[in-house]
Design a protein around this ligand. Sequence first.
Ligand SMILES: Cc1cc2nc3c(=O)[nH]c(=O)nc-3n(C[C@H](O)[C@H](O)[C@H](O)COP(=O)(O)OP(=O)(O)OC[C@H]3O[C@@H](n4cnc5c(N)ncnc54)[C@H](O)[C@@H]3O)c2cc1C
Length: 788
Amino acid sequence: MNAQKMTVKIDIEETVDVLVIGGGVAAVCAAIAAGRNGCETALVEMDMCLGGNSGPLLGVHVSGAHSFHPYASETGIIEELELEAARQAAKTITLGHHYNISHQWDLVLEQGLRDAGVRVYRQHQARRALTEGRRVVGVIVEDIQHFRTKLFRVRHGIIDASGDGVVAVDAGASFMRGTESKARFGERSGPEKDSAITMGTSITALVRKASHPVDFVMPPEFAARATAEGPPTKTPGYRPAAWRPDAEFCFIWATESGGQRDTILDDAEIRQEILYQFYRCWDNVKNHSCVEEARNWELAWVSPKSGKRESHRFIGDYVLTQTDVEAARAFPDSIGYGGYFVDVHEPVGLRSKVVCYSNPPLWNFPYRSCYSKDFDNLWLAGRLMSVSHLALGTVRLMRTLGCIGQGVGTAVGLAKQLGCTAREVYEKHIETLQQTLLRQDATILTTANHDPADIARTATVTATSEMRHGVTRVSGGYLPLDVPRGVQLWDWAPELRGAEFAVRNTTTEPQKLRLRLELFERKQLWKDENERIGFKHITGPANRMEWGSDSTAAKFAPVAECEAVVPPGFDGWVTFRFTRPVPMIPADPTSDENRYNLLIEPAPGVELGVDAHAYDFALRLWRSAGEATYSVAGDCHAFRLSPAPRYGEAVNVINGHNRRYSTNPVNAWLSDFDAPLPQSITLEFPEPCDVARVHLTFDTIERCYHEAPINCNERAARRCVADYRVEVRTGAGWEEVVAESDNRQRWRVHRFAARRAEALRLTVLRVHDPRHRARVYEIRAYGPNAAD
Ligand SMILES: Cc1cc2nc3c(=O)[nH]c(=O)nc-3n(C[C@H](O)[C@H](O)[C@H](O)COP(=O)(O)OP(=O)(O)OC[C@H]3O[C@@H](n4cnc5c(N)ncnc54)[C@H](O)[C@@H]3O)c2cc1C
């Protein structure tokens, strides 16, 4: 609506810098980021509860890149919220999907918003946009609880994170809807023709095993139709996904519908249809297919809200496509990433049907897909962003949307500070945006910390102890070299000249050993559906979601080999040396397929030393006779590479990267396993400088989503530093400026009165799991006037 022509009667007016529409995960992260970056921000949510689909009205599990890629969890605000939820035990743990209807998650989100100064309005439905030329200047909102109409005037801009984007449509922003044909974006899985088909809508439900038999009676409003249609198919396997009779409590989403209709206007009819499908499905379980197994099971809860997967997608300066995500396209304006499979649901189904188009590598998300091309100040967050129908399959996961939402909120803050439009942030300030995000704990796959204000980058770093690559030793006995044995490398230096292994020759003859280096051959960056077959899990509890690594022996190509002779009765380190240094491929953070195998061929009477510890940089590997695939175990052999790759050296805390990936699994300072805590790391500055703020990044990144504390009912990440202190050395000696206990967060910022510091020291006193040692990804230091 043109602001000049407004005719609606307004009961209350408020003015804010930024209005965020919606209270889902994307909206919450965007609002917190905008608040932290200097915007007076309000958030309006039409429901009673925050969290959108993850909130207590639907209970969907928050997942993302770490469901399919090792060590890939999105960092930043979404990680803070999830860690805080773990601390407060703010989610219910149900079988299979870890879905959650605990109201405490809503409170965690609310607290995060309040701490960032965001005003939260529940039961406020945003209805109309007021525009002046290319600007949105206000939004009319219905306060449903008090029957009042409010006008939020916006000084700076709005973030539409409402899923449906009713306000953005009202403003006149261009959008897409349905399924784009192959011709439209050149996507390999696109259909021949455009269509209006979207993904279906689903409800969720909780079922539990009671102590007594429970009847299920089909609700009368659905019974007549069910009778008319006849008995449901009596197939034993026909039952809702995630219902397991041997469990106690299951969260299920059984059916879906509505993708062939208007998912906004026909919402009520779609819900009726899904309810019918759902009750019919449960009726089938209880009264037809699984009568005995389901005798004591009762339907405890059906979600009051229908979960919508897709409606409008607004057009930005760039539309992200399936091709982009599968190629992990490197955008100059990347502000976030994801890596879930391209999970596109069918529009309708008596059993929800997920079509998996591929498992893409970790992909980048461009800032240009986060604002409407038609407006100077209309930003987009969540599933309504500028992405194709197929790309939405992987973008729509909530951890991913949270991480991108933080990028959007930060861009909004920057635009306010610099007095520029949404597009100008891309055109003129993209590096500032990316560096701000990295400073605030986001991950951008394509860039590192170049922040000139970070004094730590100039320091010389030392530690009381360091774990180094050469850490492995024989602590788990020996295994006979009766089959090819060795290690699978997840980290390496730019070149490999040779390697050493701990070997025993139990014979009275010299034995010649042959060492082989081979590399996994990547056909393409993404894995297709067929490549799921035969995938194995490596370590940790069985992970239904993670595809693991393909260890088919035929897929590894030989790179180099060399020999060494082991004298009779020898017991020690054997050195292998290649005739010339082997150039190794650069580690690619987007891929978890880049792996080298280092294998020794079988030799009679020779044994290879085993290290019982688990290291992130290598796995024990062997190939049993007659097997087409390699086997891997979580422990290791005693081995060393020459030259040694960087491992736990102290200097890693200023190498510009604040996390690990599968192919750069230890990008942190690690204190030595054998050196008990406390352990310290010291940054000596080249000359005294004013320090008033320190950023510390600890390790909360687990290998897979099942291991994240929130999903395994733990209150803290195991490797996270719990107790620590920070001191600065001035001319008067060391002075403590921070003393912290029971920390559970990955990213901590400490502010204190500025000191003229010659050096800074972090002392780690305790880690949550005492089996781990000090582990710190990044340390930054700033003067009193540096930007937050
Ligand atoms: C059944 C189901 C299962 C799923 N499973 C998973 C899963 O396991 N893991 C995962 O990560 N993702 C899952 N997803 C996908 C994920 O839930 C969605 O992609 C995601 O929630 C979209 O986030 P969003 O913030 O854009 O929208 P939403 O989460 O839908 O949040 C939008 C919010 O905006 C509010 N709103 C809408 N219009 C207005 C308005 N006009 N004014 C004020 N407020 C408004 C809504 O009430 C809502 O709270 C699932 C989705 C469904 C439906």
